[in-house]
Write a protein that binds this ligand. Structure first.
Ligand SMILES: C[S@@+](CC[C@H](N)C(=O)[O-])C[C@H]1O[C@@H](n2cnc3c(N)ncnc32)[C@H](O)[C@@H]1O
Length: 254
């Protein structure tokens, strides 16, 4: 499997570029909407202590603190991300792997991970860790896009299928999201809920900016045909890209 930046941010040529990527995507209204819903599913209670796994720049952790008056701890495998989260004001930010959380059993009122599980080598172990550090009665929420749900409006559906399929293989767990509810049940979590929200992009500049959709076939035999298919779609006013995010929530019982 080819390496993906978010599996090892600190090993990239320019780790800080990935901070910019997170800031750019969060500017899209869809992200604000699903993140608000994820926080609702976590059901934070004022004065509680919550954990974000894969906190990135810490923006969501800080938003939870501001909105709900809770204490939030963020962990991330990347030193670059944790330094940025601290710089933005997240005081309790720690470099740690999702599969080895440096916290006592039951020491949080809830835990969540947003677009982190898609990158993990051992997602079940990470979920078990989130359950371990959450107290009985606490909520756990995991959100990821499911790249098996992608759609792009080009006329050549065969090339779309190939290019979008390669995007799935680009990630460790590109299609885990629709199966997370089952993972929650297997982990012994209860009151498991799954919701879906779909990102729909009609702005053709997304082809070249943060999504970089035009480059997804670069280095393959489909590269030229893909560029042509995308340009044709834009010229006809037909451009559309969509992917569904799944939000999975459950309650720790014992
Ligand atoms: C796509 S970013 C999402 C960041 C943030 N949750 C957000 O929504 O903006 C994924 C984050 O997971 C972190 N990550 C990847 N693998 C990890 C691991 N094994 N343990 C902890 N964090 C990890 C990355 O460093 C990155 O900051």
């Amino acid at each position: 499997m080819p390496p993906h930046a978010f599996t090892a941010v600190d090993d990239q040529d320019d780790p800080s570029a990935w901070v910019d990527v997170l800031d750019k995507v969060r500017a899209h209204p869809f992200y604000a909407a699903y993140k608000t819903r994820a926080a609702e599913l976590l059901a934070p209670r004022a004065g509680g202590r919550y954990l974000e796994v894969g906190t990135g720049t810490g923006n969501d952790a800080l938003a939870l603190f501001e909105r709900y008056g809770v204490r939030v701890v963020g962990v991330d495998a990347s030193e670059t991300m944790i330094a940025e989260a601290r710089r933005r004001g997240l005081e309790e930010a720690t470099v740690a792997d999702a599969t080895a959380l440096p916290f006592e059993d039951g020491s949080f009122d809830g835990a969540w991970a947003d677009r982190t599980f898609q990158h993990l080598a051992e997602p079940e172990r990470a979920l078990a860790e989130m359950a371990r550090v959450t107290r009985a009665g606490g909520r756990i929420v995991v959100v990821d896009p499911d790249y098996g749900t992608q759609a792009v409006a080009v006329e050549d559906e065969e090339i779309a299928r190939r290019v979008l399929g390669s995007r799935v293989r680009h990630l460790r767990n590109g299609t885990l999201a629709h199966r997370m509810a089952g993972r929650f049940a297997a982990a012994g979590l209860q009151k498991v809920e799954a919701e879906a929200m779909t990102l729909v992009v009609r702005d053709p500049t997304a082809v070249d900016n943060v999504m970089g959709l035009r480059s997804w076939a670069d280095g393959t035999a489909d590269a030229d045909a893909w560029h042509t298919a995308i340009d044709d779609s834009i010229a006809r006013g037909a451009f559309l890209y969509a992917v569904t995010f799944f939000l999975t929530a459950g309650t720790k019982v014992t």
